[in-house]
Design a protein around this ligand. Sequence first.
Ligand code: IMP
Length: 423
Amino acid sequence: MAVTALVGAQWGDEGKGKVIDILAEKSDMVVRAQGGNNAGHTVVAGGVTYKLHLIPSGILYKNTICVIGNGTVIDPAVVLEEMESLSSRGVDLSRLKIDARAHVIFPYHIALDGLSEDARGKADIGTTKKGIGPCYMDKAERIGIRMCDLIQPDVFAEKLKRNVSLKNNIITKLYGGEPLDCDKILADYNEYAKKLASFVCDTSVLVYNAVKQGKNVLFEGAQGALLDLDVGTYPYVTSSHPVSGGFCVGAGVGPTLIKDVLGIAKSYTTRVGKGPFPTELDDEVGNFIREQGFEYGTTTGRPRRCGWLDAVILRFAVRVNGLTGIALNKLDTLTGLKKLKICVAYEKNGQKVYDFPSDISELADCKPVYEEYDGWTEDITKAKSVKDLPKAAVAYLRAIEKLIDCPIKMVGVGPDRTQNFML
Ligand code: IMP
């Protein structure tokens, strides 16, 4: 597999965790390069359930080096909780590496995430309120505190005091909120720093050397293409770059090092949070998909909005990520629906639109143009190859490949890692 990047091709929650888990087994290194604990996936290994938000699930394989790269934002309390839960179950953490340049999430980021969302009222983004956006804001403003600062007590104390004073002004004067106690944050974070210091290093060097030595390196994406800060459905996006280009900046390596880019998609579409969603189904089919597919958030528990597969979105994902293949998950969720629809284009003012609009305000005038396909009723959860699928399911897969001009390389027919096969 050499160097493979794995990205979400829709609005996140495409079942990346399972595919990552499958590929991680063959990987010498798994690298997370953007986002923070807004992401989350559950991995079941050896009958034990692990809920991971920041640490790559590759940590469950004995020899895999797991990197949290410079482009991520780290809530130390969360990462330490994950580390404790892993080590209490006998997982060796010496293979975990955290980049010195990764930015740190503080209580003021979390407070401001909530306060600014509340202040937006009906125009809120529907963030996870984990402090992700405010942390990236500090990074862009160049007042952020990085892991390398956190582990140097004097440097840290000075930067923290400056920031808490600034943020308390915003919290109290702008939002009428309660000020935060700087001494408490300092004491808590000094404790976190002691526990994390030995994991902090320059991971860009590690990743580069692994690639140069011909190791199998897997870049693990969080969220999805439509949540990308630049090319996604702005402003209803996250604050980092879930597209494949984000790996280069967020892991500190150049684009020529990445060979394959696999986009993970569900065989339908879901979205959490606010923002337009052309194929959303606010009816019994939407409810059917939500219940059959257990479409409730791992991080927030929110019910996900569900809708038909949107080929306009997948074509966008193929383009902005340079996808070399798709892993299509949850085909089994559609079992039992008599007819399936795929959105092949949008119709706007009588014209067909084939490319996802760059300005989401245009989506208000876009109606999905659907093609209809036969459904199937056979249980496909035990399918081990395409030969085990009903004809209608194969026709559905082939139609998708044609519509998006990208091969489907892997199909998921159930939550277990064995319920997956190569196409
Ligand atoms: P934030 O990343 O918490 O700032 O949230 C911004 C937007 O991204 C919101 O619509 C969230 O619901 C969405 N989001 C963030 N992380 C994920 C994820 O892992 N899966 C799906 N949506 C996400």
